[in-house]
Structure formats: C-alpha cells, structure tokens
Design a protein around this ligand. Structure first.
Ligand code: GDP
Ligand code: IMO
Ligand code: MG
Length: 425
C-alpha cells in the first residue's frame, strides 16, 4: 500500500481536511506530523460538520489507526476535549488513537508568553494564540522543554516544573508588569490529572509507524498549515513554528521521506491568509469581500476573517516544487462562480523588473506587485457537478490553465464542502 502526504500549498486552510477524509479509506494509518491545535480541519459528511484541531482527521474513521507523532505540540486539555467531543458525537475513540511520548507539551505559561509577545512592541505575527511558537522554542532550546512521556513520571515532572516555572515567571514578569505568573505545584497537579486520562493513548509512535511500514500498511500524512507558513521555507517571520511542508514528515514522524510514494498538493481556487505577512494578490475590495462571504472565509480556530485574493501561481509553483507534489487537489472552485472575471498571478513585478520565481525574502515579497492574466468567469452554479464534463467551459478552461501554469495534473476538483461534492479527474 502507498504512503501519501496531503499538504497545503498556500497559507493554510486549503481544505486539506476534506482531502484527507477522501483519501483515508485507501490507507491504514493517518498521521499528524507538525503543528498543534493551531490547525482547523473541517470535514462535512451527510450534513454533519466535524472540526478537528489537534487530532488527525483519521479519527473520524475509527477502523483506522490515527497518530499524533513526535513533531506535534500537544496541549493536553485540548486533546482531552476533542476526544470527549468525538465520543459525545458517537464516534468511538480508544486504541485507534496514539500520541507520541516524544511530542512536546504546551503549558499555560506558553500561552501567556505568546500573548505578551503578540501584544508587545516587537513583531506581532497574528498567531492563533495556542502556545505553538513558545512551545517549539522550548523544544529546540532544551532547557524548558517537556515531552508527553515525561507526564507519566510524577516526581520527575514536579521537579522539572518547579525549575521551569520559576524561570518562566521571571521571564514573563520581565516582559510585562501585568504578566500572569504560575504556581509550579498547581500546574503539576493539573497536568498529572491530564496525564492519567492520556496514559492509554501515549506510546512510542515511531516504533508503531516502523511496524506499520514493515507490515506493508499504507500511511497518510496529514500536514497542518500550508507550505508558505513553513518555518524554514515560508514567508518568515510570518510563518508558524514547524515544517508544514512535507519537509516535516521525516523529522516529525520518524518515517523516512523516501518512503513517501505520493504527495497530493492541496490548493484553493483563489488564495487566503490569516494573520499578518506579505500577500501580493490580496484583494481589498468588493471582490475580496464577495469571496470571503461566499467561501465563508473565517478562521476555524480563531473566527478571524481570512484575507482573500486571486490565485498566485508563482507562489504555488514554488511550494509544489518544495513539496515534491505529484498531483493537485483544486478546492472551493464553486466559490468563484459569482465572479465575472478571474485573475491568476503569473509573475511579479518589482522596481520595474519582472520576477518569475518566488522571492526567498518576505521583505522582497512585500514589494512585489502581481502580474495578472485574466480569464472569463462562468457565472453559474457548479456545486452539483460530479464529472469534469459537468463543468461549464469557462470553469474547465480555468482548471486547465492552472494545471498548465503549475505543470502538474489536477486529479481532484472540489465544488462544495461535502464529501459528495467532488470531481475525480
Ligand atoms: P484545512 O485547514 O485545510 O483543512 O481547511 P479548513 O477546514 O480550515 O477550511 C476549508 C473550508 O472550506 C471548510 O469550511 C470546508 O468545509 C470548506 N470546503 C472544503 N471544500 C470546499 C469546496 O469545494 N467548496 C466550498 N464552498 N467549501 C469547501
Ligand atoms: P490549518 O491546518 C491558516 C497562521 C496564523 C499566523 C501564523 C502563526 O487549518 O491550515 P501560530 O499560531 O501557528 O504560531 O500562527 O500561522 N496559521 C494558520 N493559518 N491555517 C492554519 O492551519 C494555520 N495555523 C497557523 O494565522 O499567521
Ligand atoms: Mg484550517
């Protein structure tokens, strides 16, 4: 069976959740390898909507093994809340979900540190406020990092937290006179309670995945965020703190990248971005507003309005190459049905020069103006289309032009949120 990575090629919210859900029946294991509860993945089926933040979308199919691998940062109350919510919705969660003992743990002081960072005089990124950045910082810094496996050793946890919380309180107080500080023993007691509830889920997921590979099982890797938010390859510093491109699969799961057989790049028919940072094709006009309204472009995690703009083929050519995408899933095509003319950014212009490749520097990107190619819209409802031939000619031309510009086949077209509203090409 094949190993597949489903990855977003823009700034997140490309509708990865829907594609993961569509492809899971062809796999045995579904793995989240990066990020944490900053993700918001939506699956709509039979009129029911499920939103997953920290758990892999695979949990909606209890017959599959779902894994939160070592590259993820875990906020225990959120983990338990999502498990409870699924159970309340009648979806069994038990041995089918495993969490890596190597995943790092998010604590309340991470949330406070992020709040102060974002409110402070430095560079606000417009984060989701889920403690992601500070937790990854502690992971790499090693002095204050705590892993999920350590939650199961009460004495050790208490000793470590006493040292860490004292240090954190000093840092937080230095950042702001109004900073919230924490009591190590209270935090420890609370986390020991979480740990007892999490105990059955915690395991060495790297071993589990190696065993799955040896047994010839198919693994699906579900990326969180989009490749333009990748900490190494995205629009730094306006990125998240993990490798959201498939670059993160190896380090974030222990499965060698060379075991990936297929990379499905997920793209929206236009572009959105939440939070700050350069966005050359952003539309601050009525069309942007119409796309936001029709596409219901409001953040799954924070409810913030998403910034909307035209499709950026320069950016996606870059991320498709970065991801090693074999094929593309084109999502939310129906949202463009109300627009008279549709533009695609095919190059940038800066200081009178034409730029055909994605600038490696977010500050250069800030100065890039899009060069557009404009195609006619189709101005008709397409959400009932189930075959390429059901699409109006102008919609087919748009899809073909994107495929041509990106030099990749578009194997899936999505015309609505429901599982059924999908065209396999
Ligand atoms: P993810 O983070 O990449 O999984 O994407 P999100 O779930 O944050 O955002 C995608 C949104 O678009 C969700 O509300 C989906 O239900 C919805 N959606 C998915 N595919 C389509 C589509 O083809 N058309 C429309 N109109 N909505 C879609
Ligand atoms: P999914 O998986 C869209 C953005 C935030 C912010 C930046 C850093 O649903 O596609 P963070 O909280 O990660 O430190 O915030 O990254 N961001 C996302 N944008 N979709 C996401 O996830 C995102 N996760 C983080 O808005 O700009
Ligand atoms: Mg999302």
């Amino acid at each position: 069976m094949a190993c597949t990575c489903v990855v977003g090629l823009q700034w997140g919210d490309e509708a990865k959740g829907k594609i993961v859900d569509l492809l899971t029946p062809r796999h045995d294991v579904v793995v989240r390898y990066n990020g944490g509860a900053n993700a918001g993945h939506t699956v709509v089926t039979n009129g029911l909507t499920y939103k997953l933040s920290l758990l892999p979308t695979g949990v909606l199919r209890p017959e599959l093994q779902s894994v939160i691998a070592n590259g993820v940062v875990v906020y225990p109350p959120r983990f338990l809340e999502e498990v409870d919510n699924l159970r309340a919705a009648g979806i069994p969660v038990g041995g089918n979900l495993k969490v890596s003992d190597h995943a790092h743990v998010i604590f309340p002081y991470h949330l406070e540190e992020e709040r102060l960072n974002e409110a402070g005089p430095g560079q606000a990124i417009g984060t989701t406020g889920r403690g992601i950045g500070p937790c990854y910082q502690d992971k790499v810094g090693r002095v204050c990092g705590l892993r999920v496996g350590e939650l199961l050793h009460p004495q050790h946890l208490r000793e470590r937290l006493r040292l860490i919380v004292a240090r954190k309180n000093r840092i937080l107080s230095a950042l702001s006179a109004e900073a919230q500080t924490f009591d190590a023993d209270r935090v420890c007691d609370q986390y020991l309670e979480y740990a007892e509830r999490m105990r059955p889920f915690i395991t060495d997921t790297t071993y589990l995945l190696h065993q799955s590979l040896a047994a010839g099982k198919g693994i699906l890797f579900e990326a969180a965020q989009g490749s333009l938010l990748d900490v190494d390859h995205g629009t730094y510093p306006y990125v998240t703190s993990s490798n959201s491109s498939p670059a993160g699969v190896w380090s974030g799961s222990g499965v060698p990248a060379r075991r990936l057989d297929r990379v499905v790049g997920v793209i929206k028919a236009y572009t959105t971005r939440v939070g700050r940072g350069p966005f050359p094709t952003e539309l601050n006009d009525g069309i942007g507003e119409r796309i936001r309204r029709t596409g219901r472009e409001y953040g799954t995690v924070t409810g913030r309005p998403r910034r909307c703009g035209w499709f950026d083929a320069v950016a996606v050519r870059y991320t498709a190459a970065l991801a090693g995408a074999d094929e593309l899933a084109l999502m939310l095509l129906d949202v463009l049905s109300e627009v008279d003319e549709i533009s695609i950014c095919t190059a940038y212009e800066t200081d009178g020069q034409r730029v055909d490749h994605f600038p490696s520097d977010a500050f250069l990107l800030e100065h890039c103006r899009p060069v557009y190619e404009t195609l006619p819209g189709w101005r008709s409802e397409i959400s009932k289309a189930r075959h390429p031939a059901d699409l109006p000619k102008a919609a087919r031309s748009y899809v073909e032009r994107l495929s041509q510009l990106l030099e990749l086949p578009i194997s899936i077209i999505s015309v609505g949120p429901d599982r059924e509203q999908t065209i396999l090409c």
